[in-house]
Ligand binder design. Structure first.
Ligand code: PLP
Length: 398
């Protein structure tokens, strides 16, 4: 196909059918804005689904990638590098895992969760722990292990049989109390269910999960792939619930656009993996770790945790103040925001927003997900208010 052929045809002819039709062809980005191939500007309030923490083409990101690419991009796992050590030490500090913490690097969220699933299998207690608990409507990734943990049967059905032993339970304290006992190796939970439409867990859920898992020797694994790296206004959402997990997975925002994921273990969980049990060719390479270390360093230096908390509150208030009959509730924490709609018009609202130059996402038929870069300021919030109001007004109330 020639480059004269319209891009939707080139996409359809070359990309795997598993990919949905793209909303556009983006050509460049700067700060909280991206431009398509025709030069149209969009306010990016999705940030690559909670990935571009520093926005687009941030100098700290560009400098870190360029410097490291010009120095040392990849070595084998027979060697370590200064950026790998620096990032591992930073993650031990910001997770609260401290001296006993241990870090495994992968390249994506799904890979971090695959490592977490293997960690769960290692918590066997003499072979008696054969159950892994996850939540209905959760999302943990598309590889087979991560998919088995994912609580959406529609995503799993075509690929059965799944790796065995995973049970999905309701997101209620009663379900935790009914399900957790000495036959469970791990409970994996997203502190806020991002792909489900930014759905908060019930009050007290995580604290009770921590109590019960500790009591029964069960690993509490928190999937902070979407919520982590400062998105909710603290480094990790669990800080806001006053608990520490036994393991946390992260990806997305930690690389600011560079592919990287990690599993961090705490305390006794750090003793489970032994030499040779897991690995990855690219995991922890100097290019990815130098970039993630620079991104997290900039989040800290520029006060972006505080900004995420403050701007998140302002964003929620802006959405409430629009007073649209479409809006039933506003969910989430910090700059991970879910807008629950009264009717299933999320697709139409997201499409109207896009036409008006605003990128948000219909996480499902009745939820809009909003996740701007953590650098968002007054000007972007004002423009968001105008364009989001316009998008809601453009969709007829049924
Ligand atoms: N876990 C959560 C909570 C996610 O939101 C995602 C991606 O959306 C994943 C896991 C999978 O991450 P990745 O797409 O990088 O494999």
């Amino acid at each position: 196909m020639s480059t004269e052929t319209p891009w939707p045809d080139r996409f359809g002819d070359s990309l795997m059918k598993s990919m949905g039709a793209p909303l556009g062809l983006l050509a460049r980005g700067e700060g909280c804005y991206v431009w398509d191939e025709s030069g149209k500007q969009y306010l990016d309030f999705l940030a690559g689904i909670a990935v571009n923490s520093l926005g687009h083409a941030h100098p700290a990101f560009v400098e870190a990638v360029s410097r490291q690419a010009a120095t040392l991009a990849h070595v084998s796992n027979y060697f370590t590098t200064a950026p790998q050590l620096a990032l591992a030490e930073r993650l031990k500090r910001i997770t609260g895992a401290g001296a006993e913490g241990r870090v495994y690097f992968g390249n994506s969220g799904a890979e971090a969760n695959e490592a977490a699933f293997k960690l769960a299998r290692l918590n066997r207690a003499g072979g008696n722990r054969h159950r892994v608990l996850a939540l209905h409507d959760s999302f943990h990734g598309r590889t087979m292990g991560a998919l088995a943990l994912t609580g959406k049967p529609s995503l799993r059905d075509a690929f059965e049989p799944m790796p065995s032993g995973v049970e999905h339970i309701d997101s209620t304290i009663e379900a935790l109390e009914r399900s957790i006992d000495g036959s469970v190796s791990a409970l994996i939970v997203e502190p806020i269910k991002g792909e489900a439409g930014v759905v908060d867990l019930p009050d007290g859920f995580l604290v009770r999960a921590r109590e019960l898992t500790a009591e029964h020797g069960v690993l509490l694994i928190l999937d902070e792939i979407q919520t982590g790296a400062g998105r909710t206004g603290t480094w990790f959402a669990y800080e806001q619930f006053g608990i520490l997990p036994d393991a946390v997975t992260m990806a997305k925002g930690m690389g600011g656009g560079f592919p990287i994921g990690a599993l961090v273990t705490f305390g006794w969980a750090s003793e489970l993996f032994q030499r040779g049990m897991h690995g990855s060719t690219f995991g922890g390479n100097p290019l990815a770790t130098a970039t993630a270390d620079a991104v997290l360093g900039e989040i800290e230096a520029a006060g972006l945790l505080q900004n995420a908390a403050l701007r998140g509150e302002q964003l929620r208030q802006i959405i409430r103040d629009i007073g649209s009959p479409h809006v039933a509730e506003v969910r989430g924490r910090g700059l991970l925001v879910g807008v629950g709609l009264t009717t299933p018009v999320a697709g139409a609202v997201a499409a109207a927003a896009l036409a008006a130059g605003l990128i948000v996402n219909a996480a499902n038929d009745s939820s809009i997900r909003i996740a701007p870069p953590l650098i968002v300021g007054d000007a972007e919030l004002a423009l968001f208010a105008e364009r989001f109001r316009g998008a809601l007004d453009a969709v007829p109330a049924s």
